[in-house]
Design a protein around this ligand. Sequence first.
Ligand SMILES: Cc1cc2nc3c(=O)[nH]c(=O)nc-3n(C[C@H](O)[C@H](O)[C@H](O)COP(=O)(O)O)c2cc1C
Length: 174
Amino acid sequence: MEVLDLIKNRFSPYEFTDKQLTEKDLETLFEAAGKAASAFNEQPWRFVYALKQDAEEFKVLHECLVEGNQGWTNNVAALVIAVISKNYAKNGNENTVAQHDLGLAVGNLTVQASAMGIHMHQMAGIIPQNAIDKLNIPDGYQPLTAIALGYFEGESEVKERKAVNEIAFKGVWK
Ligand SMILES: Cc1cc2nc3c(=O)[nH]c(=O)nc-3n(C[C@H](O)[C@H](O)[C@H](O)COP(=O)(O)O)c2cc1C
């Protein structure tokens, strides 16, 4: 079987159309995210989001991005701040794979978004303290990344990837 077109054709645009996303769209995307596997089923991912049409909420999330990412996200349909729970709920120990598990959840969200015709652009460039203060993120949680979401029109911008033999080694590292 070939790699799914949904996966092959995905890319992260810097320009989005004016078309809005709905609360229902976001709910579906987060439901997909929440189906991801996680260590001890801890589900350490949390998401704070704002739709463009909710201008005040959107502005607050927008202010959690670094300047370089604020520039191209003024017109996106939704912004999400992705957060991890730093410790396991059951014993308080550090969850050393929380970032991994958040990545799995966002991976699910990405595939679901692609199936819905929605484009995404993830960002490491956030101002974590702004997110903590402005979004009321409690102790024990760490804002890690942001996601811009919306619709794209235009030519595909799919980028080159490493070959499989550069990233996967049979038996031992080669
Ligand atoms: C965790 C993560 C952090 C990223 N941070 C930023 C960022 O702060 N600003 C930005 O413009 N793009 C950011 N990107 C987008 C990447 O540059 C992009 O995904 C990569 O170049 C591959 O391109 P593609 O998604 O179109 O395949 C980030 C992507 C990921 C997954």
